[in-house]
Design a protein around this ligand. Structure first.
Ligand code: SAM
Length: 241
């Protein structure tokens, strides 16, 4: 699978496709693309385009769209994963990168009683989402909203299946068992706590909103590992149904 280029939908006018400066520089100076070459361009909103290059300069690549497909590489279920903000921004960014690769539609930074006051850098986050999108062969960028209180996310979600990862001893089975029991959900929201975990009160409040506590196995996983494991479990289950 070749690495795709990214351009926002606003840079596609009719069949004319313009790459942003950084993508154009990469195409022209690193990959040595030339007029006549065929490339794949994704727009982050579900559009996958085969484009024939018309013109290349150091900082500009313009081409003509030859073919368009929709939702290439996307999952057959809409997955939202909420993860408590972590002390280490790097670890949270690892979760975001893997969340893109695993097909999540929404990745929500959660605030809760035990989260740190860390914030994400918007431009850096966007760049890492785009890099992962291009590499993994999907066509839609997940949304990453501003950090939201876990109680608000739990109260506002209308997902068909709602799961909260919690201590194995207090869980009603594993996440995989919950997926297998569910009646063809079109949307799934999974909540994962920060380093210190969710408080019992937060889990109880989420349970009142229809969230089922589930386990990810007998070992205590680091928070970002738990978020990635939850997304990977849903992605593998969805690919096989
Ligand atoms: N001291 C915390 C506790 O005992 O709850 C540990 C929190 S763990 C490092 C961070 C988060 O990852 C947890 O809040 C939970 O959502 C998730 N998690 C980690 N391991 C898990 C497991 N085996 N089963 C379910 N959730 C897990």
């Amino acid at each position: 699978m070749t690495t795709a280029f990214y351009t926002p939908p606003s840079s596609i006018r009719g069949d004319r496709v313009l790459l942003p400066d950084d993508e154009a520089r990469h195409a022209s100076t690193v990959l040595r693309k030339q007029a006549g070459d065929s490339i794949v361009v994704v727009d982050g909103e579900g559009g996958w385009h085969r484009v024939q290059i018309d013109h290349v300069s150091r900082s500009q690549v313009v081409g003509t769209r030859m073919e368009t497909r929709r939702e290439v590489g996307e999952m057959n279920v809409s997955l939202t994963v909420g993860l408590g903000l972590l002390k280490s921004r790097n670890r949270f960014e690892t979760f975001l990168e893997k969340g893109v690769e695993l097909g999540a539609a929404h990745l929500i930074p959660l605030t809760s009683d035990r989260t740190e006051k860390e914030t994400l850098r918007r431009e850096r986050t966007h760049n890492l989402l785009v890099a992962a999108l291009k590499q993994c062969g999907r066509s839609r960028l997940p949304t990453v909203p501003s950090p939201q209180p876990v109680a608000d996310v739990a109260a506002e979600t209308d997902a068909d299946l709602r799961l909260i990862c919690h201590r194995p001893a207090d869980a009603a089975g594993t996440l995989l068992q919950a997926l297998r029991r569910a009646a063809a959900p079109a949307s799934i929201t999974v909540l994962v706590g920060p380093e210190g975990g969710f408080t019992d009160g937060e889990v109880a409040a989420a349970t009142e909103e229809g969230f089922v506590p589930v386990s990810l196995g007998p070992r205590r996983l680091r928070a970002e590992t738990a978020g990635i494991t939850a997304a990977a479990t849903v992605a593998t289950w969805a690919a096989g149904r």
